[in-house]
Design a protein around this ligand. Structure first.
Ligand SMILES: NC(=O)c1ccc[n+]([C@@H]2O[C@H](COP(=O)([O-])OP(=O)(O)OC[C@H]3O[C@@H](n4cnc5c(N)ncnc54)[C@H](O)[C@@H]3O)[C@@H](O)[C@H]2O)c1
Length: 323
């Protein structure tokens, strides 16, 4: 199998690339190394991928149509009759960032996604697997969020662009028969994670002896999902290549933010000074996923809980930053 993987230097893309490379697949990574967060972290992830003979990188923006076309050509030409897939994870992420930078979200997540869809259609790619988000559910009052629940109201422009991606993908399936799978990721965490997310911010502050800022007064709940479970789900989606699917990928357990923080404190071996603040605009109170579709369609079975996953992250963080 040969996969064009956008966002390969990102948190989830890096882990998916590693999983594909480990089993001998060929991966063409594609990433702009944008400056949303420290590009040095992206370079470090990419350097690990570039050690592998079955990986090559295209360093470009999905908005650069010529560069993207060349990458699709390389994908198709090198396939030698084998199967090809596109796994599209590049996006402008960050619910809070979308409040201040709406243009970046429309450019990368809507216009950029259109480029990917158009080239999948034009080059007759066998299947497109793309990142959606739990943000499409908005502030749903449902106990467990299921793919059949309404997604007609999002709380952030980020969530709205992800919902738009699902609609656009279903149109390309309808019009052109492109096989499309959208994966609604729920708060992903783990080694090589994203510096704008809670675990990274809290761990860094704790280890530096600084106070942590706890939004929503700590009363938010999240279905925190360990990265290896997510990567296994993405690889399964690439393999199973459903005709038209939208699917939650989560841990299937919901933790209160304060329980998450207590686990970080115990992993760091110290208690945090906490500054309790109201919820930030765009955030939702609670996420909890129903995994029935993921189990049935992808054979997905998450295994890592926060008491295992958080210490692994803290170990990685200490090693990476030499603390
Ligand atoms: N991490 C989570 O908890 C989470 C939750 C829900 C959905 N998602 C989605 O999963 C995907 C991957 O997220 P992540 O956490 O790995 O984020 P990330 O920011 O670490 O990775 C995204 C990568 O895409 C690249 N990129 C962004 N815009 C680009 C462009 N226009 N052209 C080329 N490359 C570009 C970035 O440089 C980055 O390396 C995203 O689509 C995100 O919206 C993530």
């Amino acid at each position: 199998m040969r996969t064009l993987l956008t966002g390969s230097a990102g948190f989830i893309g890096f882990h998916v690339a590693k999983a594909l490379l480990d089993r001998g697949d060929e991966v063409i990574g594609y990433d702009s190394f944008n400056r949303y967060y420290d590009p040095a972290l992206k370079e470090s992830r990419n350097a690990i991928l570039e050690e592998r003979p079955n990986f090559r990188l295209v360093r470009a923006d999905i908005g650069d149509r010529d560069a993207l076309e060349a990458a699709f050509d390389a994908l198709v030409q090198g396939a030698d009759g084998g199967e090809i897939r596109v796994c599209h994870l590049a996006a402008q992420a960050g619910v809070r960032h979308s409040i201040a930078h709406p243009d970046a979200f429309v450019r990368d997540n809507v216009q950029g996604f259109t480029h990917v869809l158009e080239l999948c259609r034009d080059r007759e790619v066998g299947g497109l697997i793309y990142a959606s988000s739990s943000s499409v559910y908005g502030n749903s009052a449902r106990e467990r969020l299921s793919e059949t629940d309404s997604t007609s109201a999002q709380c952030s422009l980020y969530g709205a662009t992800k919902k738009m991606n699902e609609l656009m993908a279903s149109v390309y399936n309808h019009l052109y028969g492109l096989r499309v799978t959208g994966l609604r990721f729920f708060t992903v965490y783990g080694p090589w994670g994203r510096p704008d997310m809670a675990l990274f911010l809290f761990t860094g502050a704790l280890l530096r002896g600084e106070a942590i800022r706890v939004f929503g007064h700590g009363r938010m709940h999240r279905d925190f999902t360990y990265i290896d479970d997510i990567a296994a789900g993405v690889v399964s989606a690439i393999d199973r290549n459903h005709e038209l699917l939208v699917c939650n990928l989560a841990a299937g357990r919901t933790e209160e933010l304060m329980a998450f923080i207590r686990q970080i404190e115990s992993s760091c071996g110290r208690e945090a000074e906490k500054e309790f603040l109201p919820m930030q605009p765009g955030d939702v109170v609670r996420t909890a996923a129903d995994l029935t579709t993921a189990r049935e369609s992808l054979g997905y079975e998450p295994t890592t809980t926060i008491d295992v996953g958080i210490p692994r992250f803290v170990d990685w963080y200490r090693e990476y930053y030499g603390l």
